[in-house]
Design a protein around this ligand. Structure first.
Ligand code: CO
Ligand code: CO
Ligand code: CO
Length: 307
């Protein structure tokens, strides 16, 4: 084993030879959009992301399926699996099989295996004081999908979020490896603050976020003002807010968005400022909305400042 489970890494890493480690991860989710093909793409991109997060290359994937057979049209499942397969292939991985069980609620995801040279592994430790923090996707998928489920927004209003969730973190990860990133995590269920806290578990490090720089999906703040929140948002806030110092006047509905659980969220990457600037420029040229949203600061108490 290369990394122990208590490190809150994004995936498990196992050394199989001097020059190869395997990265293993599993994730499956309930539908968050109406279109089954898109849901398949999102669930797959979400599952594969943890391999990218650790600097790995996905090689194999297995479908994990819970399906209400008899109650749901089998063509829906076919569409979900087609969406998943498209993302597996885009990632350059091979689908090896899978397992399905009958369940009252639809669920889909992947178990993914990736490979990495042990010296090239990127984990959530290794941030250095002065590092810039790059976020590669806007925030708000939890609130947006809750709004969609409650028919408060249309599929059209969901389009930007959908496009983001179906985008693999492949390009961002490849560039992060090229740039020699110090540390990385992807933003998923624990929201920006929860996952950011994984980057400052050791040393005398803390984080300072510039709220103005943090990207959100269009329309999400209006929904937050109306408290259209997924259940996980409140749980994340209760758990992580004590670690955060909000400076200046940021209204509560805006603060809350930093705790919104994400599905297929972006990477949060720590790297030296000059490299971060180059990385952002290169990603933006490839139409990936990466931005620098803060920096790693010296802080003995591992606190997160938001100003
Ligand atoms: Co992750
Ligand atoms: Co995960
Ligand atoms: Co994390």
């Amino acid at each position: 084993m290369l990394r122990s489970i208590d490190r809150l890494d994004d995936a498990g890493v196992y050394l199989i030879s001097a020059d190869t480690a395997i990265i293993q991860t599993i994730d499956f989710i309930t539908p968050i959009v109406n279109d089954p093909y898109s849901f398949g793409q999102i669930a797959a991109a979400n599952s594969i992301s943890d391999v990218y997060t650790m600097g790995g290359r996905p090689v194999t994937a297995m479908n994990v399926v819970c399906f209400p057979s008899g109650e749901m049209d089998i063509n829906i499942l076919k569409e979900i699996l087609r969406g998943g397969l498209d993302k597996i292939q885009e990632a350059g991985a091979a689908l090896m099989g899978g397992h399905s069980v009958k369940d009252s609620e639809m669920k889909y995801g992947l178990s993914v295996t990736g490979v990495v040279h042990p010296d090239k592994l990127i984990t959530n430790s290794g941030t250095k004081t002065g590092d810039s923090l790059v976020l590669t996707k806007p925030l708000g998928t939890g609130v947006m999908s809750t709004a969609l489920k409650n028919r408060l927004i249309t599929d059209k209003e969901m389009r930007e979020t959908l496009r983001s969730m179906t985008t693999l973190n492949k390009t961002a990860a490849e560039l992060m490896i090229e740039m020699g990133a110090h540390a990385c995590t992807d933003i998923t269920g624990f929201g920006l603050i929860g996952h950011a806290s994984h980057l400052i578990q050791e040393g005398e490090t803390g984080i300072e976020f510039d709220f103005q720089a943090i990207p959100f999906f269009a329309g999400v703040m209006e929904l937050s003002r109306k408290e259209i929140y997924p259940g996980g948002l409140g749980r994340n806030r209760d758990f992580y807010a004590p670690q955060v110092d909000f400076k200046g006047r940021i209204p509560e509905y805006k603060r809350n968005m930093l705790f919104d659980p994400q599905t297929s969220g972006g990477l949060l990457i720590a790297l030296p400022p000059a490299k971060a600037a180059v990385m952002v420029e290169k990603l933006q040229k490839k139409k990936i909305k990466a931005v620098i949203i803060g920096k790693v600061i010296k802080n003995t108490d591992h606190r997160i400042m938001v100003k």
